[in-house]
Design a protein around this ligand. Structure first.
Ligand code: HEM
Length: 512
C-alpha cells in the first residue's frame, strides 16, 4: 500500500472512531436504548440488514424483542416489530414521527426540491394532501372515476382473453392496467396504448423504471449512513439514480408538455391541471415549480402503480396455489354476479370472502415490507426505552403480519380467518396487526383507491378465467420467493394461461 493511501486510511479510521465515540457520548441517556445486536465499528449494524432486510429484522426481533435499536453507520434506527409497538409509534406518539428522513435517493430523484411523499410535515404537505384527496381519493373522486377503473379492468380482461394459447406474464399486464387507471385519474388520459400487436413497448420501459426506483429506494445506501464514505458510492446508488432520473424526466416532461398543449376541456377538474395552476397562482401562499410538479408526479406513479399490481399478482399466485380458496371465491362471485357480466365495484360489498382474500394477501405480502421510514422529531420513551431525537423509524409491516403471537398458522394462506377469529380486523390503519398502508398522519394517501383496485381486479380475474401455470407446472411447486426493494416483488414473475370461462361477448371491449 502506498504511504499516501496508508495515511489516508489511518486518518479516516481515527476520525471515524472519534466521531463514533462522540456520538455514543452524546446519546448516553439514563433510560436505556432498546436492545439490539452490537454494532460493528464505522458501519454499525449495516451488515445485519443482509439481502432481505425485512426477514433479517424479523429474525432479530425473535432474539431481541419487538422494539429494536440499531446503529446503521452513524444513524440511530429503531424498528417496530409487533402490533403493540407499531401502535405506540404510529398512534400514541404519531405527532413526533410525522416526518420522513431524506436520503440521497429521495433528494436526487426530487431534483433536491420538496415532493409530496417525503415532504416535511407542514402547510405545504397539508395542501398537497388536500389536493390529492379532492381530485383523486375522496369518496366523491372515487365515485366520479368508478367507470374509468371498470373500463380499464374490462380492457385487461379482453387483453388476457386474446392471449390464446400463449402464457402471459400477469404482472406486466396488471401494471399496465394500474398505470393507465392512475394516469386517467391523475392526468386525464392513458399513458400506454395496446397497438395492433396488443402490447405497447413503452409499458415495459415504464414498469422497469418503477421497479428500479423501488429497488434503489429500498437500498440501505452506505453513503447515507456513513457520510465520509459517500463519495465512494459503494452501493452504486448514485450512478444508477442519475440514469434513472433521466428516464423518468423524459417521461414526466412529455406528460406535462402534452397536458399543456392539449388544453382539453375534460382536463379542468384534473389533479395535474390543479398542480400546474399552482405555478402561477399560489394557494395558501404555496407555489410549485416545474421540477416540484415532476417530483410529485414521480411520487404518485412510483407509489400508486406497482403497489396494487404486485399485490394482485400475489393474490392470484395464492389463489392458484390454494384451489379451495379459488373455488370458494368464485362460487361467491358467481352467486352474486352470475356468468353473463363482469364484476363491478357495486358488487364488492356483497363479496365478504373476496374481501377476506384481499386482506389475507395484504397480511402475507404487504407491498412495502418496511413501510416508508419516519424520523423522530423529538426524543420520547416507549415501553421503558429511550427513542433518541433524529432516529429513523422502520415498521416491519411484513414481520408484524406474520407474528405468531397475533396470527395462528401465520405462514398459511387462510382468508377465512378474517371472517372468523379476526372478523373485525381491517387493513386501514386501525388494527395494528395488519397495516399494509401504514397508519397515523402519514398513512398512505392512496389507500382507498388501492384497496378498491385490488378488490375489483382480483375479483374479475378469479371470476372471468380458469388459470393454469405455464408448462403445466404443479401449483403446489409454485415458487413464492420474494425480491426485496421498497416494494416486494415476486422473484419469479407469475406466468399463466388464462382460459375464459364466462359468456364470450364479455371478452370483447366496448370501452373507447
Ligand atoms: C396496494 C396499494 C398500496 C399500498 C399497500 C401502499 C402502502 C403505502 C405505505 C405503507 C405508505 C407509508 C405510510 C406510512 O408512513 O405510515 C404509503 C404512503 C403513500 N402512498 Fe401508498 N400504498 C398503496 C397504493 C397507493 C396508491 C394507489 C397511491 C397513489 C396513487 C399511493 C400514494 C401514496 C403516497 C402519496 C404516500 C405518501 C403519503 C404521505 O407521506 O403523506 N399509494 N403507501
Amino acid at each position: 500500500m502506498s504511504p499516501w493511501l496508508l495515511a489516508f486510511a489511518t486518518t479516516t479510521i481515527v476520525a471515524a472512531i472519534l466521531i463514533y465515540s462522540l456520538f455514543k457520548l452524546r446519546t448516553a441517556h439514563s433510560v436505556p436504548l432498546p436492545p439490539g445486536p452490537s454494532p460493528w465499528p464505522i458501519v454499525g449494524n449495516l451488515p445485519h440488514m443482509g439481502r432481505a432486510p425485512h426477514e433479517a429484522l424479523a429474525a432479530l426481533a425473535h432474539k431481541y424483542g419487538p422494539l429494536i435499536h440499531l446503529r446503521l453507520g452513524f444513524v440511530d434506527v429503531v424498528v417496530a416489530a409487533s402490533a403493540s409497538v407499531a401502535e405506540q409509534f404510529l398512534k400514541v406518539h404519531d405527532a413526533k414521527f410525522s416526518n420522513r428522513p431524506r436520503r440521497f435517493m429521495n433528494k436526487y430523484m426530487s431534483y433536491y426540491k420538496e415532493d409530496f411523499g417525503f415532504a416535511p410535515y407542514g402547510p405545504r404537505w397539508r395542501l398537497l394532501r388536500k389536493i390529492s384527496s379532492t381530485y383523486m381519493f375522496s369518496g366523491k373522486a372515487l365515485d366520479d372515476f368508478r367507470e374509468v377503473r371498470e373500463e380499464e379492468v374490462e380492457r385487461l380482461t379482453c387483453n388476457l382473453a386474446s392471449s390464446d394459447s400463449k402464457a402471459v406474464k400477469l404482472g406486466q399486464l396488471l401494471n399496465v392496467c394500474a398505470t393507465n387507471t392512475l394516469a386517467r385519474i391523475m392526468i386525464g388520459r392513458r399513458v400506454f396504448d395496446y397497438g395492433s400487436s396488443g402490447w405497447d413497448p413503452k409499458a415495459d420501459e415504464f414498469k422497469s423504471m418503477v421497479l428500479e426506483l423501488m429497488k434503489l429506494l429500498g437500498v440501505f445506501n452506505i453513503g447515507d449512513f456513513v457520510p465520509f464514505l459517500d463519495w465512494l458510492d459503494l452501493n452504486g446508488v448514485k450512478a444508477n439514480a442519475k440514469k434513472l432520473r433521466k428516464r423518468f424526466d423524459a417521461f414526466l416532461t412529455s406528460i406535462i408538455e402534452e397536458h399543456q398543449i392539449s388544453k382539453n376541456e375534460k382536463h379542468q377538474n384534473i389533479y395535474l391541471t390543479t398542480l400546474l395552476s399552482l405555478k402561477d397562482t399560489p394557494q395558501e401562499g404555496i407555489k410549485l415549480s416545474d421540477e416540484e410538479i415532476k417530483a410529485i408526479l414521480m411520487n404518485m406513479f412510483g407509489a400508486g402503480t406497482d403497489t396494487p399490481s404486485s399485490t394482485i399478482e400475489w393474490a392470484m399466485a395464492e389463489l392458484i396455489r390454494n384451489p379451495r380458496s379459488m373455488v370458494q371465491v368464485r362460487q361467491e362471485i358467481d352467486s352474486v354476479v352470475g356468468e353473463d357480466r363482469l364484476v363491478t365495484e357495486l358488487d364488492l360489498p356483497q363479496l365478504p370472502y373476496l374481501q377476506a382474500v384481499v386482506k389475507e394477501t395484504f397480511r402475507l405480502h404487504p407491498p412495502t415490507a418496511l413501510s416508508i421510514p419516519r424520523i423522530a422529531e423529538k426524543s420520547c420513551e416507549i415501553f421503558g426505552y429511550h427513542i433518541p431525537k433524529g432516529a429513523t423509524l422502520l415498521v416491519n409491516v411484513w414481520g408484524i403480519g406474520r407474528d405468531p403471537n397475533e396470527w395462528s398458522d401465520p405462514l398459511e394462506f387462510k382468508p377465512e380467518r378474517f371472517l372468523r377469529e379476526k372478523g373485525g380486523v381491517d387493513v386501514r390503519g386501525n388494527n395494528f396487526e395488519v397495516i399494509p398502508f401504514g397508519a397515523g398522519r402519514r398513512i398512505c394517501a392512496g389507500m382507498n383507491l388501492g384497496i378498491i383496485e385490488v378488490q375489483l381486479v382480483t375479483a374479475t380475474l378469479a371470476h372471468a378465467f380458469d388459470w393454469e401455470l405455464e408448462n403445466g407446472l404443479d401449483p403446489k411447486t409454485l415458487n413464492m420467493d420474494e425480491t426485496y426493494g421498497l416494494t416486494l416483488q415476486r422473484a419469479v414473475p407469475l406466468s399463466v394461461h388464462p382460459r375464459p370461462r364466462l359468456s364470450r361477448h364479455l371478452y370483447s371491449s366496448s370501452s373507447p
